[in-house]
Design a protein around this ligand. Structure first.
Ligand SMILES: Cc1ncc(COP(=O)(O)O)c(C=O)c1O
Length: 361
């Protein structure tokens, strides 16, 4: 970050932004990457690039962060909520055919906890109807499906570098483009609707207003922070793997006796160790365990209230029973503390507190 300041280029698209683009493009094998100010903004850019308009339908999981859907609703789209699979908690690909109408303009998938959606089926269904697929890859940077990086399947994919993610710059994101037709327009949308990027490359002698757009590019100071994280990616991923495997090996064998489940990672998926969760037997036991852990000084949290039952989701016609698996699992999911520098003794404390709770109940 000091180097970014010394470079005299702290606005967007400076040397560190270019370095981040290069690392992500090379490592993932993506045609073009553009850093953005957040994953939310990368999703908003996706909706603009796909020309989403009022009346269009967008196929989305109900079990996701609000931005996955909001970015498209902002353009006037109507969300069509899909339930999740009970094993991976990812969009249930077997329901897509039934829910896609002629108005469907995009399918947005989320690789929950970094574990891949069933991309073969999803790409096949989308391909037969020529509907673009966007991967919300916020959890899944460096995750793989059948040996191929997540974020390389859809025509567009989005990353988050929010502080809760494996790699971070506080607030940040990226748009991944796997189809060259989007690249020129994406640069314009990201630069306030101007062709400033072409101007900086010397391709035009002045820049002007050529399209709608906004300011979606992060400061090079943030890109410098992110570049440091990218340089340390192997080390960060090693630490996260250790944390994940500690929980898995110290919980897996005995919690099944209490009707509790840990994440399922199918053999054809490589996960980037983004989170570890428990699926408790009921809402009551989940809430009681959160309270018990809190008394022991341990923060555990639930995740994703079903979007189809939110205030906005209901305005789009969402009602109880629409996505039964989502409604059930959302009540029972509990995320355990997961930080790069969590020590084994921290984790032993967490596991011990869970054991204590179960033995008492
Ligand atoms: C699946 C998913 N998509 C999008 C986002 C939004 O990311 P950001 O905070 O970078 O906008 C999040 C944030 O946690 C998320 O979990």
């Amino acid at each position: 970050m000091a180097e970014a300041v010394a470079n005299g280029h702290i606005s967007g698209d400076g040397p560190f932004t270019r370095k981040c683009h290069a690392v992500l493009q090379q490592e993932l094998g993506v045609q073009k990457v553009l850093l953005t100010t957040s994953c939310t903004h990368a999703l908003e850019m996706s909706a603009l690039l796909l020309d989403i308009e009022p009346g269009d339908e967008v196929i989305v999981p109900s079990f996701t962060f609000v931005s996955t859907v909001n970015a498209f609703v902002l353009r006037g789209a109507r969300p069509i909520f899909v339930d999740i699979r009970p094993d991976t908690l990812n969009i249930d690909e077997s329901q897509l055919e039934r829910l896609i109408t002629r108005r469907a303009k995009a399918i947005v998938v989320v690789h929950y906890a970094g574990v891949a959606c069933e991309m073969d089926v999803i790409m096949d269904v989308a391909g037969r109807r020529t509907i673009p697929v966007v991967e919300d890859n916020a959890h899944a940077l460096f995750g793989k499906y059948k040996g191929r990086y997540l974020g390389t399947f859809g025509c567009l994919a989005t990353q988050s570098f929010h502080e809760t993610k494996n790699l971070t710059c506080g607030e940040g994101g990226a748009l991944l483009m796997n189809d060259a037709q989007f690249v020129d327009r994406a640069e314009i949308l990201r630069e306030k609707g101007t062709n400033r990027s072409r101007f900086f490359r010397g391709q035009v002698d002045k820049y002007t207003w050529v399209d709608i757009g906004s300011s979606y590019l992060p400061s090079d100071i943030l890109a410098a922070f992110l570049y440091g994280q990218l340089e340390a990616r192997a080390q960060i991923q090693r630490k996260r793997r250790r944390v994940w495997e500690y929980y898995s090996s110290h919980l897996r064998d005995w919690i099944a006796d209490y009707d509790i489940r840990v994440p399922v990672v199918p053999a054809h998926c490589e996960q980037p160790y983004h989170m570890f969760y428990l699926l408790m037997p009921s809402l009551e036991t989940r809430q009681a365990l959160i309270a018990h852990l809190k008394r022991r000084g341990i923060l555990s949290v639930f995740h994703y209230l079903p979007l189809h039952l939110s205030d906005v989701g209901r305005r789009f016609g969402g009602k109880p029973g629409d996505c039964p698996v989502t409604e059930d699992l959302s009540d029972r999911l509990l995320r355990l503390p997961f930080y790069n520098n969590l020590t084994e003794s921290d984790q032993a404390h967490v596991v011990g507190a869970i054991r204590e709770f179960l033995e008492k109940s």
